[in-house]
Design a protein around this ligand. Structure first.
Ligand SMILES: [Mn+2]
Length: 329
């Protein structure tokens, strides 16, 4: 199979059409979702996978870790397409969905590297376009929206199953449409008209927590610190989720604490320091309007979006927090 140029020269089709052409001709496709998968990467992967399987394509969808899918995602249509990363056979055409860099697919990268056509479909601004065909649109609210463009280009009709997977990505990546423009609402209308139970999926994906979560949140919020002088006076609020506090919680449940912390009126930026293993921290940041978090995350070796970004760090909680606050003040 011929690789297609990443740069859409005038004579080349736009990435959407190029991807549609490649996928229409493929007999086997491997779809890679990112580590610690969320609803956008899994919903995008499963929607594309189901659409291709219907056309007779041999499809495998996988993510590198952890072994289990987060509970609410395991009820999505098409989860039977998922295979463990060590069971991925590989194929000429490999697609990554919602992955800003190839590191995000972990051990699946060997299949991506070996593919003759490497398709990247993503909406992270920091994505440099590491495939042979790149559909990367930082303006898009979610990867699922880009998958819908590809399905449209392939003239694959929406049905309830495809729409449900795409809606899962859309509703979560827009914070239940709190940060979305007209296009996202138009997409939502199409998906709901295709039969998605929006109320049910919003509740399952965004408004459901284990009882233990309430206890964890109360402990984490007790650690919250306000630094009004940070970010040139725009303000920072941060909280810490150490391993003791997070014990028994799924990582995505621990992750959701940032959505409470960021409601602080006195702070433009919110950060949650989450201990992933002893003295190793995953730091999630959110900003409201003025502060662009991309350079902040990049300076610490991470990445993400303008208003939602992150990085990892090592050390004691005091060291890691002090280093971040010092850089922010
Ligand atoms: Mn996404």
């Amino acid at each position: 199979m011929t690789a297609v140029s990443a740069e859409p020269a005038p004579s080349m089709p736009a990435p959407v059409d190029a991807i549609a052409d490649v996928l229409a001709a493929a007999t086997a496709v491997t779809i890679c979702c990112h580590t610690r998968p969320d609803a956008d990467t899994i919903g995008s992967g499963l929607a594309l996978g189901m659409a291709l399987r219907r056309r007779g394509v041999a499809v495998q969808v996988s993510f590198p870790s952890p072994a289990q899918l987060p509970e609410p995602l395991s009820g999505l249509p098409g989860v039977d397409l998922l295979v463990a990363p060590e069971d991925v056979a590989g194929s000429d055409v490999v697609v990554t969905v919602d992955c800003a860099s190839v590191e995000r697919i972990g051990l699946l990268a060997k299949h991506f590297d070996a593919a003759s056509t490497q398709i990247v479909i993503d909406h992270h601004v920091s994505n440099a376009g590491y495939g042979t065909v790149n559909l990367v649109d930082g303006e898009s609210s979610c990867t699922a929206e880009l998958i819908l463009m590809v399905l449209d280009a392939m003239e694959i009709p929406l049905d309830t199953d495809l729409a449900t997977c795409l809606y899962a990505g859309l509703v979560t990546d827009t914070g239940s449409f709190k940060w979305s423009g007209p296009q996202s609402h138009r997409t939502a209308a199409r998906l709901l008209e295709a039969g998605v139970d929006g109320r049910e999926w919003t509740r399952r994906l965004l408004d459901t927590h284990q009882f233990l979560w309430l206890t964890m949140v109360s402990k984490v919020l007790a650690t919250a610190v306000l630094v009004p002088e940070a970010f040139d006076g725009a303000g920072l609020v941060y909280a810490v989720v150490d391993q003791v506090t997070a014990a028994g919680m799924s990582w995505e449940q621990a992750e959701s604490v940032v959505d409470i912390v960021r409601t602080t009126a006195e702070a433009e930026v919110a950060a949650v320091f989450k201990e992933t293993s002893p003295n190793r921290w995953a730091v999630s940041m959110r900003s409201k309007t003025q502060i662009d978090l991309i350079p902040v995350a990049r300076a610490a070796g991470g990445g993400g979006h303008r208003h939602a970004a992150g990085f990892t760090s090592e050390g004691t909680v005091d060291e890691v927090v002090a280093a971040f606050v010092a850089a922010a003040v």
